[in-house]
Design a protein around this ligand. Sequence first.
Ligand code: MSP
Length: 533
Amino acid sequence: MSDSTFYVTTPIYYVTAAPSIGSAYTTVAADVLARWHRQRGENTWFLTGTDEHGQKVMQAAEANGATPQDFTDRLVAEEWKPVLDVIDASNDDFIRTTDPKHVERVQKFWQTLHDAGDVYEGDFEGPYCVACEEFKIASELLDGEGGVKLCPIHKTPVDLVAERNYFFPLSKYKDKLLAFYEDNPTFVQPESARNEVISFVNSDLHDLSISRSTFDWGIEVPWDKEQVLYVWIDALLNYATAAGYGADPDSEDGKIFATRWPASLHLVGRDILRFHAVIWPAMLMAAGVAPPQKVFAHGWLLVGGEKMSKSKANAIHPSEIVDTFGSDAYRYYFMKMIAFGSDGSFSWEHLHAVYTSELANGLGNLVARVTAMVNKYFDGVLPETAAAGEAEQTVATALKNAADTANDAIDRIAINEAVSAVADFVSIINGYVTEQEPWKVAKDALPSGGAARDRLATILYTASEALRGVAVLHAPTMPKSAVLLWDALGAEAQLGSLASQNANNAGDWGQLRAGAILTKGASLFPRIEITDG
Ligand code: MSP
């Protein structure tokens, strides 16, 4: 185990309504990466949480007749924390921006910059989208009816804000940022996101207003009680405050910060790329803190061509899907079927088709057939390979390739490629079993032994050992069924827990040995009928 930590984060989500499959998409992706790194024996830390300040949350609370604190307390307890169980997220921590520790550390950060002369007072005037909580660039706005200017993401009218507040001199960091991108070519991923960021910094970098004076739901500006900090510069700091930034360096938290920071990876939707790849590193540079190692911008889940969002009628709650298909199938579907980095759509029909062909008829049926045959022909005891030939070598090589491809894809954050590599290997095993027709070989196999019995033993050993590799490589994506598979293979008695298997070595052939006790348990993915309406 290495000393450094794989520290992965999701954005912290606005607590304006219940979660949707849109926000859950980022959390599942981060979870698959966290579980994969743990499966390699690496120190891993996975942070998610909620963004609770600002106008957007305040307005949602008002609309619900509650104070922002009561409103967010209730939604976090009833919705945002429980959804993590629904999607089977294995986060190590959950931060709320209303946590007193976060508030104190954010104030410390900005007080330090203020003291160093990196904050100035000025007048701000410009368009603001509350749904984005973002000052907009006039040239990027859309034209609505009657000359109204619209936010290009939400297609809703922007507010015109004119305030006296405090500024962070972002433009001063232009050259430093460009040099940073140059020196760290993989800092922003994918490549299209990197190009967008570089061209934005080259052309449009303005100083950033960091405080608001017209409402009070936010962290108080430490040197001016009349203002609250702009929600984004409070929210971005969550990644550092949760890791111990701002604590006494000799304290427990301070020591943690030294090992956990800089974060390895911030996963974000492409809507919030600039905040993470421009403003955030500049803030950290100003404070003399190392920027994160990587920001990866993924695409949006679209419904009817529009970004799905919690506030729109098109929002689907993860439970609606998980209650029918289970969390493993949910995770598998979204991680495999959408190229990570591109937009994608969801439909019930497509999900059902993928579930039926790849999980119920594919992996689930394969496991049922193999375990049933080991039970029927060998009383459940895995036999010795006795007559391995070219077909078996092909399966062994395919496992090695699948493991290498998947591990490499994870390092490139190509999550869909990793899941697909394992799924393709499942198809190879299925093809192997179908071609070798062990049920026919069994007809000639005498209980006392002989060539046919050796052949039958070899086929069933090969399929079982191949499934051992599948259990390890699918564990990060489908943790529940991977454990069931591990149990069905009787692998624990020989190899220890599934959690202790190293994903880097998953492709090494021959780990499951003769003598393992296989059981035919309940179906991993029972067939599901969906009816209209
Ligand atoms: N609170 C800010 C983030 C602060 S991070 C320091 C915010 N919150 S959000 O709730 O509006 O959205 C956060 C993230 O949720 C998006 O960036 C994206 O990762 C995810 N998604 C929300 N809707 C989504 C889709 N329809 N599709 C894919 N991801 C989506 O912005």
